[in-house]
Design a protein around this ligand. Structure first.
Ligand code: GDP
Length: 411
């Protein structure tokens, strides 16, 4: 940005001096504050992968953690690597960085085998950090249950034997769990460890790292500086002073998850879908032949039931409207109301742009009305909680490529 500003200044000679003075003044100010200062454009590039300028929106490629950082994790000796796997409590399965988790699991296994053979080994470790805990209905949840649930989901996401050195439930917005996390990271990383913070875009990584830095800064008075790691396209940022004199904390660019619905929405649509406050349930009692739409994004059909009705609870942003009706009218709902009354998408043209509308089928059986039997999560949106006493065949419709994940219920 600085060189761009200076170039712009040189081209426009009369303003050149003023621009250069502004840059120097901004640098001096930044130095005075002794912290990383990112302009809105750089912040946008790092965390959302594009520049927020309507006339020049540039989409950047995803950050390839496995290629860029993988070889460093695989180093059998030397400093210990610790990967912080971040997942958003309100979209766990969609945001969980599963490729990185798999890499850590596989690399650790290989190191373990070396170690058993007597070769030197320093296993890479992983800590799971569940962010934005304040978005869950925390008063009605037991932290132990959320802990166990998150650990099981992480293992399922990694698809491999992922050994976790710890699970932390945090809310950077509220300051919950930040100090415990910092203390634990320091302990696991040791004096010379390398810690990599990894997560999908919008998982809350910047907010968390800032909270961690504030927490450590209060103790040590040390400062944050930036240093690029060579060989990475979008830039890994080294955050100094947080973990002690020699241990290093690296902030990696937000991962782009194509399977999250959010990855294909416009900024206006995102505003409707992103959850900002504690989630509130919207529950329906529903019979065979009925459907529940979440905006124009997803539809759940109750295709067959061995009992009269089931309970379906929708957990999603309150700004997205729901609609319950007969499945036989679903096609006309899509034609006449998607993009209009049922938003997002905003505008009927966007329905086609979001992709092909496809169905997945689930067979569910449950034996209690008291607790939800299972969740069906839609990556980047939220989930349906299903409560039934009997058996049901459910059809889930959404846009092709969006992950739909059946899982044990969270709430
Ligand atoms: P990043 O893209 O992973 O760096 O995510 P950011 O830190 O920029 O956060 C993405 C969005 O989530 C922003 O709107 C934040 O305000 C919000 N956010 C981050 N942490 C929390 C949290 O602990 N609770 C809540 N409710 N929102 C959060």
């Amino acid at each position: 940005l600085k060189s761009e500003l200076l170039q712009e200044g040189q081209e426009n000679s009369r303003e050149g001096g003023a621009v250069a003075v502004a840059v120097v003044a901004a640098e001096a100010e930044a130095e005075k504050k002794s912290k990383v200062v990112l302009c809105a454009r750089c912040h946008s590039l790092r965390h959302y992968g594009h520049v927020k300028r309507p006339d020049a929106e540039v989409l950047l490629p995803d950050f390839d953690f496995v290629a860029a950082v993988g070889p460093r994790l695989a180093s059998p000796s030397g400093a210990r690597s610790l990967v912080l796997l971040l997942a958003d409590a309100s979209d766990f399965d969609g945001s969980f960085p599963r490729a990185v988790a798999r890499l850590v699991a596989v690399t650790s296994e290989a190191h373990h085998a070396d170690w058993k053979r007597g070769a030197p080994s320093n296993l890479p470790r992983a800590v799971l950090v569940v962010t934005k805990l304040d978005l869950l209905p925390t008063p009605s949840l037991s932290p132990d249950d959320v802990h166990a649930w998150a650990q099981a989901r992480a293992r399922a996401g990694a698809g491999a034997d992922l050994q976790l050195a710890g699970v932390h439930l945090v809310s950077a917005a509220r300051g919950w769990g930040v100090r415990d996390l910092l203390n634990h990271v320091r302990e696991v990383a040791g004096a010379r460890g390398k810690v990599w913070a990894v997560g999908a875009r919008n998982v809350g990584k910047s907010t968390l790292l800032n909270a961690i830095a504030r927490c450590s800064g209060a103790e040590s008075g040390q400062t944050l500086t930036e240093a690029p790691v060579p060989g990475t396209t979008l830039g890994v940022i080294r955050v100094d002073g947080v973990l002690g004199a020699q241990a290093k904390l690296f902030d990696t660019p937000g991962l782009l998850h194509g399977h999250q619905l959010t990855s294909r929405l416009t900024p206006e649509e995102l505003k409707l879908v992103q959850v900002r406050k504690e989630m509130r349930p919207r529950t329906y009692r529903i019979k065979a032949g009925q459907s529940i739409h979440i905006g124009g994004l997803v539809r759940l059909d109750v295709e067959d039931l061995t009992v009269g009705s089931i309970y379906v609870t929708v957990w999603a942003s309150p700004l997205v409207p729901l609609h319950m009706g007969k499945t036989e009218n679903a096609e006309s709902m899509m034609k006449d109301h998607f993009g209009l009354q049922l938003q997002p998408p905003i505008g009927q043209k966007r329905v086609k742009e979001l992709g092909k509308w496809v169905r997945k089928q689930f067979k569910v059986s449950g034996n209690s009305w008291d607790a939800n039997t299972m969740d069906i999560a839609i990556s980047g949106l939220g989930w349906y909680g299903i409560g039934l006493k009997g058996e049901a065949v459910l059809g889930l419709w959404t846009y092709d490529g969006v992950d739909v994940v059946p899982r044990s219920s969270l709430v």
